[in-house]
Design a protein around this ligand. Structure first.
Ligand SMILES: C[S@@+](CC[C@H](N)C(=O)[O-])C[C@H]1O[C@@H](n2cnc3c(N)ncnc32)[C@H](O)[C@@H]1O
Length: 361
């Protein structure tokens, strides 16, 4: 009985820590603590949270906002606020101006930790993969590509839930943004990971993120990278500009995309790129394992995760896809991924749809 209570308390602290490192909105971090009846004042004074930040300067605005919320909540509930908290808050406010001159205050480092369950008695939850990402606090920066969107969390959970679909496969992502999906593809052993985006500032941020995770192909001096067989390529690819011959260099088995169906102007170009990438005859020498006369070329498959914010835009995609002989099946329920991010209260997985798309012959 006592052991299980201690384990619960450890898990609650772990959730709080992971939510903080993932840069969850301050209101969600506080809600998590409230839900688990964790005394945040006590935890804060112990230094448990603030000492966790890898880059304390980069994330100082975030950390200060959390501290401010803890103080306000305690004041509102007429709890006594300790002098240490007030003292720390005023120190943080004083150093804020200095930090803002030295650092990009509009970016925050997030550590997204995917938790998996085990049946082991000693530890019920293990962290399978941790992705370190620099993300913009401004959702529109880099044509929306410098923020982390729920569809990429969902697609990442899908990859980690069904690793066999992706292991040993050449995977190609469209509109990769901060690059989270690439980190998960690398983790499950994809033979090649190619991330692309049509926005140059997003691409620069994505490459930085791959470096942070020791996965950038341009990072030639990295010892870890030299020893690792899987490296992540980050390439510029605009759906409007790319031609069939540009794509001939790629022969993906799997095409992926998260939150890329949102602009009706881009939809026809996106559908055209998907059609080109999914054409089986682009891939030479890739067969379904049969030989001789029975030899057929296996077509590539696309997995697209999307939040339907505007039904008209989504219908426009569905129609353009059908016209281009793209066959889309909604597999959100039939292949529902595991919940590897239980501590992320801001992530509403119920809004995300997952499509499996193939090209009809
Ligand atoms: C909403 S963000 C999603 C980013 C990431 N996949 C995620 O879910 O976190 C859309 C991404 O698609 C890219 N994008 C939008 N239109 C594009 C186009 N026409 N060509 C190439 N990339 C495009 C944007 O630059 C951005 O990175």
């Amino acid at each position: 009985m006592a052991d299980s209570a201690a384990q619960d308390a450890t898990e609650q602290l772990l959730d709080l820590k992971l939510a903080f490192l993932a840069g969850e909105p301050p209101a969600c971090v506080l809600a998590l603590a409230r839900k688990d009846l964790v005394d945040l004042q006590l935890i804060w004074n112990s230094g448990y949270l603030a000492n966790l930040q890898v880059d304390r300067h980069q994330n100082s605005t975030y950390t200060t906002t959390i501290l401010k919320r803890i103080i306000s909540e305690a004041e509102l509930s007429s709890d006594a606020v300790s002098d240490e908290l007030y003292e720390e808050f005023s120190q943080r406010m004083l150093s804020k101006a200095k930090d803002s001159l030295l650092n990009r205050m509009d970016h925050i480092y997030k550590e997204i930790s995917f938790l998996s369950s085990t049946h082991d008695n000693t530890s019920s939850r293990l962290i399978s993969v941790v992705a370190r990402l620099s993300c913009s606090s401004n959702m529109l920066e880099g044509d929306t590509g410098c923020s982390l969107w729920p569809s990429s969390l969902f697609l990442s959970e899908f990859i980690l839930s069904y690793p066999k679909i992706f292991s040993t496969k050449c995977c190609f992502e469209l509109g990769s943004g901060v690059g989270l999906v690439g980190i998960c593809l690398n983790y499950v052993g994809a033979s090649k990971v190619i991330l692309t985006d049509g926005d140059t500032s997003t691409l620069t941020n994505m490459k930085e993120n791959m470096k942070l995770n020791n996965l950038c192909i341009e990072q030639e001096d990295s010892k870890v990278l030299k020893e690792s067989k899987n490296k992540v390529e980050c390439n510029y690819l605009s759906w409007e500009e790319v031609s069939e011959s540009d794509l001939s260099a790629y022969q993906p088995d799997i095409v992926l995309g998260a939150d890329i169906i949102y602009d009706p102007v881009c939809v026809p170009h996106l559908v055209q790129v998907l059609s080109m990438l999914l054409r089986p005859d682009r891939r030479q020498g890739k067969t379904n394992g049969k030989s001789g006369d029975e030899c057929e070329t296996e077509g590539p498959v696309a997995y697209i995760a999307t939040v339907v914010r505007n039904a008209e835009t989504f219908n426009c995609f569905a129609k353009a896809a059908a016209d281009a002989k793209l066959y889309a099946v909604n597999i959100t329920s039939s292949a529902a991924p595991s919940n590897f991010l239980p501590y992320m209260l801001s992530y509403d997985r119920s809004n995300v749809q997952l499509l499996k798309i193939t090209l009809l012959s």
